[in-house]
Structures are given as C-alpha cells and as structure tokens.
Design a protein around this ligand. Structure first.
Ligand SMILES: [Zn+2]
Length: 722
C-alpha cells in the first residue's frame, strides 16, 4: 500500500468548485424564459457537442473562442438565476431548488473543457483568459449567494411543510443548497452582509499577497555555496544546475540550491557536508520568518484574526467549526481526537528510527547528536542498506499502456465488470492521449474516459481527474472523464516506462474516475465526486490497493523486452521499503495537520499573538518529536492553509487514507477482488455521490465506523493483527 500523502494533493475536479457546486454540466432541457436576455452567443459551445455523450469536440475550438464563451456563459447563468429569484409564482422545490440545478449549461460546457486545457495544455493566451475570467466567476458567486430575493425563496422552500416532507436525494439537495447559502452569510442582516463582504475582500487580498510573497521568498532564499566541494554527494547534473542558478541570479562561479516548498529538502538526502545540510535547512525553515521583506508572519496574524472574526459573525465558535460544516468529520475536536490516536505508535517509531539513524552515523565514524538536517541523509543510507531497492530494476516491468489496459482496466473488469474499448475516432487535445468507451457489466455504455499521461512544459505538475461532462439524470448526461499525469515521456521509438510511484498514481486517479463513472444521481451538484474534502480522496486511495494484488500484477507487470512477470521478491522489497521512515513520513504530515486545526480554533484575540510563539505551543501539544521532525510546512510557509483552501482541512489527507486502509481491510476479510464485492462497493458508496451523509455511506459499506488499526499496520506502526 502507498505511503504517499501528497499525491492526493492535486485538485480533483477542475473548475467544478468555482461555481459553488451548482450544476457543473451541460444541457439545460428547459432554459428559463429570460435566458434570452443574455447576449446572443453563437460560438462552438452554444449547443452541446454532437459527439457521443457530448464529449468535447477538440477539432472545433480556437484560442479566441474561450473568453467569449465563458463570459456569455457567466451572463447566461446570471440571467437564469435572476429569473428564478424574480419568479412571481409561490416558491417550490421544483421552481427554485431544482431550477437552480438547471442553470449554467453554457458556462459548464465551456469552462469544464477550458479548465482542463489551461492545466494540461496551456499557452499564454489561455493563461491570460484565465486571469481575466477568474474575478468574474467569483463575483457571480457572491451575486448568487448574497441575493436576498433568491435566498428568501430557498428559505421558504426549506421551512415549508412540503420541503420538510422531501426524502432521499431531493431532501439532500434542499439541505445542502440551504446550508451553502447560510454558510456564505445569507441569514445575516443587511449591515452584517456589508461587513462580511468587506472581510471577504480583505481576507482574499491578504491570501493572495501571502501566496505571492511566499513564492518570491522561496526563490530569493535559495542558499549560496562558494565551492562545488560543499555540494559533495549531489550528482553532476544537480551541481551543474546549482551553478547555472547562481549565474542566472548574478553569482557567477558560485552555486545555489533552489528551495523545495516543504520543510524537508530533497538535497538533504545526499549532501555529505554537514555544514551544507545545516545551511540548506536554515534557509528552508526561516524563509518567511526572518523579519525582512519576505516575512509573512504579520500577514498570517491578520488572516487568522480576520478568519476568527468572520466565524464569529457567522455564528460559529471558531473558524475550524465554520469550515467543517459540510465535511465527514464534523468538528475540530473530532479531527484532533482522530489525529491523537496516531501519536503513541508514531512517537515510538520516531524514537526508534532516530536511534537507527544515530547508529548509522556512528558506523561511519560520525559521533554526532542527530539533528533535523541529518535525518533524511542517514535515513537514505539505512534505506539503501536495508532494502537495496533500485528504481531501474523495477521500471522495465511497468510500461504505461500495458499498466493502464492490463492493470488498471483489468482490476476494474474483475471487480466491477467494466470493459474498455479504445476509440481512435474521438478527437483529443494532444496526440499522445488515448480515449476509451467505458462499457458497463450490462453491455451499455457507462462513460467515456481519456488518459493524458505524459509531462509537457505546458502542463502543470501533479496528477488529477477532470469531468468534461458530469453525470446527471435531471440533465440527461452521462460522465465524460479524464485522468492527467506527469510521467516522463519516452525517447523516440522507446517504450514509456513508469516508476512504481507513478503506477500507484495511475490507480489513484482511476479511483476518482470510477467515482465519476458510477455516479448515478439526479442532481448534478450531488453527483459523483462532488463530495467533501475529507471524503473525496477515499475512493482514489482505496483504488491504489488493486495495484499490488498478485492476480492483477501477474496480468500487467511484465518486462517490456522479455515478457517475464515481475519477480515476487521485487514486489516484496517495494512493499517493505514503504513502511520505512514513517517517523518522518507520517510524522511531518500529522504535526502540520495538528498545527492547522489548532490555528483555526483561536478567538480573534488569541489569533493576534505572534505566530511563532503560537506554533511552538501548538507543536508542544502534539506529543510528537517535532524538534527532530518539524511539520511538513511550518506556519510562515504553509500555503495549503493560508491560501489554498485547506484551512482546518489538512487532516483530510490522513483521514481519507485511514478510510482507504480500513475499507480495504473489509475487502480482504470478504474474499478480496470479487464481482460481488465490486457490486457492494458500487452500491454503498462509489455510485452514491453525496446522496447521504458521508459517515452513513461508510457504514453502509463496512458495517461499522472507520477504524485506525489497519492504517497503523499498513504504515508499519503496529504489528499485523491475526
Ligand atoms: Zn486524489
């Protein structure tokens, strides 16, 4: 099982979140009458594509098409919403709540394709359009959620006897729509709304300023070394890159190491010179807290204080509680309690691993007291000695298309009965992509799937899933889904070989795709992957488990030259190596998550204290060895929580991993990869979208609330029971 947490960090459904979870797709069958008031738009998105399942017709789009299409889409949606708000008829579930689900078809058609192109195949024109339309999208959101007339109708339906009598998906749609309005301030008085808008504006400005300062600081604080000898241990290529970076920055003849975003720096695993490791470490942890023009701590105090005030204005005890209103974990106390469950085993592992590393240092004659900047260096030595794992031994067994078709697809066939048919006639936006029809067990077409595996200079990093078209019975749509990765492209005429890490990422992203394929909802905003941050990474991490089932491996992990199946001992080595260095791997993530949740439980007065003093207190409260293993991001450079929408949500990475391990434990105890289990998984959660509370979906699947033990075992933090 995987040990990666951050592979899950990529945004999952591009674009969908921007419009606040209203209709994310296509074709309104009954456009409100006043939609004709919007400017007449006649471009390629005026009607649904004529391709199967309304798949995007990439042969039809020019760069100059996007801005007019998206702006017309925003205008049309605004007009559609206005018409609902101005309706003279008595508010009903149909004419208000369901009507909102039908809005935005033009916008969704254009934006769902555009967002994938700006991420996976962009250019300067598309980037400029993105910058131009983003503020218009946020303005539309404010206009919808703070529209008094519209909310009066939503509230009337919500409070009515008819509203209270709704059941199933209808009841869920009404509840989530109402909650979203309230969350965004619809119940506030006019004066409070003015205050809220001003606060939102101030917070958004500070978040953007923080993000920009952090980017500048991370580049500016790259440490300088006088001689190549100080970088001993790095490869010739890495040293050449350091020389070039120094020259580019006006320090010709010297060497600069660019800083990674995280506290830990990749070069720490190989830098032999201890002073150089110390220097790199200091540059990393102090990048934005040095009291100079790159210091972010003042902004952080302001953001934390404003967030605490905003929560108060909206009637929540603190910002974490406010943020968690629609999550699977409902309160910060519950998140803390969950995380504390890991501490005893993790602390013991940290102390045991520190001992191992100190012994490794002694063995090479270094009689040192281990320091944080030594950890990765000696961990790498121990890893090599203990596990003897060489990536170049592994890669020849994993060719990308064989891994997809004979591994990822094979597991979905054995489990869910799906079959996949290559479509060479469907247009793609890049020639290295492939498209497939996804056929259900009953022989009917379920979805279309695109796979875009290779890194390009115009593709952003990471891996993600995207819906071009989202499933909805209301709108008569079936899912059109893509997975995008960043696998190094093969040299001309060579096969594309994939690291095992990327093999797991392929299974991971396909788990999101399955969540999209099996969507079986009436309403687009409850469909498929439109779930909470602390649930959505569960299906994807769960699907990673299929990568190492022996039956699946035997079908896809074959040497590209000899056709020989990967030796079992190689797989055993990969798995054994994954449980090593968890004191750091899980430790740095857990402490970052605990700092995040503590930051967002402060009152406005408490939030005004100096950030570094507060962080020290919060770290002490974790019970972990945070002197040796600090958080993955320290407060002054924790982009996820100060700019990236993960405020009071960083625990989600650990929570969904726990669900994935515990869920897999259920599968193993019930016969493994069988069609019966596949049907059960699909029926209980993978096909359910957000039609029930997430905790209920989970109980439907396993029959109990999630448990931590299987994750502790998989991470090597507890011995295997049984
Ligand atoms: Zn993911």
């Amino acid at each position: 099982m995987k040990t990666r947490l951050m592979a899950a960090a990529a945004p999952l459904v591009l674009g969908a979140a921007l419009l606040g979870g209203f209709s994310v797709t296509a074709l309104a069958k009954t456009a409100p009458k006043t939609a004709s008031a919007a400017p007449a738009y006649t471009g390629p998105f005026a009607k649904p594509s004529t391709l199967p399942l309304h798949a995007p017709d990439f042969t039809q789009y020019k760069d100059s098409d996007w801005q007019p299409a998206i702006e017309a889409g925003i205008a049309a949606k605004r007009a559609e919403i206005k018409a609902i708000a101005a309706n003279k008829a008595k508010p009903t579930f149909e004419n208000t709540i369901v009507a909102m689900e039908r809005t935005g078809s033009l916008y969704d058609r254009a934006y769902n394709v555009f967002s994938q192109l700006t991420s996976a195949n962009t250019n300067d024109t598309l980037d400029a359009i993105d910058t131009a339309v983003s503020p218009q999208v946020s303005a539309l959101n404010d206009d919808i959620y703070l529209d008094d007339a519209l909310f009066a109708r939503v509230k009337a339906v919500h409070d009515s006897a008819a509203g209270k009598a709704l059941t199933g998906e209808d009841a869920m749609l009404l509840a989530t729509t109402y909650d979203k309005f309230v969350h965004r301030g619809a119940l506030l008085s006019a004066a409070q709304k003015v205050e809220l808008k001003a606060m939102n504006l101030e917070i958004a400005k500070l978040e953007t300023a923080f993000a920009q300062k952090l980017t500048t600081a991370t580049a500016a604080k790259a440490p300088i070394f006088d001689t190549a000898a100080q970088l001993d241990g790095l490869s010739q290529t890495e040293i050449a890159a350091a020389a070039k970076l120094a020259a580019d920055k006006g320090h010709a003849g010297k060497f600069m190491l660019a800083l990674d975003n995280t506290t830990q720096q990749a070069a720490l695993t190989s830098l032999k010179n201890r002073d150089s490791r110390t220097k790199l470490w200091d540059a990393s942890v102090n990048r934005t807290s040095g009291g100079d023009q790159y210091d972010t701590t003042g902004m952080i105090t302001q953001i934390a204080t404003l967030r605490a005030k905003k929560a108060k204005l909206l009637g929540a005890p603190d910002f974490a509680t406010y943020q968690m209103y629609d999550r699977m974990v409902k309160t910060p106390a519950k998140a803390m309690e969950f995380m504390k469950g890991f501490v005893p085993a993790l602390r013991a592992t940290q102390d045991r691993e520190a001992g191992l590393l100190e012994a490794a240092a002694k063995a090479e004659g270094q009689n040192i007291k281990l320091e944080p900047w030594d950890w990765s260096y000696y961990a790498e030595k121990v890893r090599k000695a203990k596990y003897d794992l060489d990536e170049n031994q592994i890669k020849p067994y994993f060719e990308v298309w064989r891994t997809l078709e004979d591994g990822v697809f094979y597991a979905a066939n054995k489990t869910y009965g799906l079959t996949f048919k290559r479509r060479t006639d469907l247009p793609v936006y890049h020639p290295t992509m492939r498209a497939y029809d996804v056929i259900d067990a009953d022989g009917k077409q379920l979805a279309i799937f695109y796979f875009d595996p290779f890194a390009r200079s115009n593709k952003r990093g990471g891996a993600w899933m995207n819906n071009f078209v989202e499933q909805s019975y209301l709108l008569g749509e079936k899912p059109v889904v893509s997975n995008t990765l960043n696998i190094a492209p093969p040299a001309e005429g060579q096969p594309a070989l994939v690291s095992f890490d990327n093999v797991e990422t392929m299974f991971h992203e396909f788990g999101h795709a399955l969540h999209g394929f099996f969507a079986s909802q009436k309403y687009p905003s409850l469909s498929g992957t439109n779930t909470a941050r602390d649930f959505v990474e569960f299906p994807s991490q769960f699907n990673e488990n299929f990568a190492t089932i022996p039956e699946v491996l035997n079908n896809y992990a074959k040497h590209y030259q000899t056709g020989a199946t990967i030796p079992a001992e190689l797989i055993a080595k990969i798995k054994a190596a994954e449980t090593f260095n968890q004191g750091l791997g899980l430790g740095e993530t857990l402490s970052a998550a605990m700092v995040d949740i503590q930051w967002h439980q402060l009152s406005p007065e408490e939030a005004a204290q100096p950030p570094m003093a507060f962080e020290a207190k919060a770290l002490a409260a974790t019970g972990l060895n945070t002197d040796m293993i600090p958080p993955r991001y320290k407060t002054p450079y924790f982009r996820h929580i100060w700019d990236n929408g993960y405020a009071a949500g960083y625990y989600s990475y650990i929570w969904t991993e726990m669900l994935a391990h515990d869920g897999w434990d259920w599968v193993e105890k019930h016969g493994g990869m069988t069609r019966a289990n596949g049907d059960h998984i699909r029926k209980t959660f993978l096909g359910q979208g957000h039609t029930k509370d997430f905790a209920e979906l989970y109980r439907d699947f396993t029959g109990h609330d999630p448990e931590v033990q299987p994750m502790l075992e998989a991470r090597g933090l507890a011995p295997k029971a049984k």
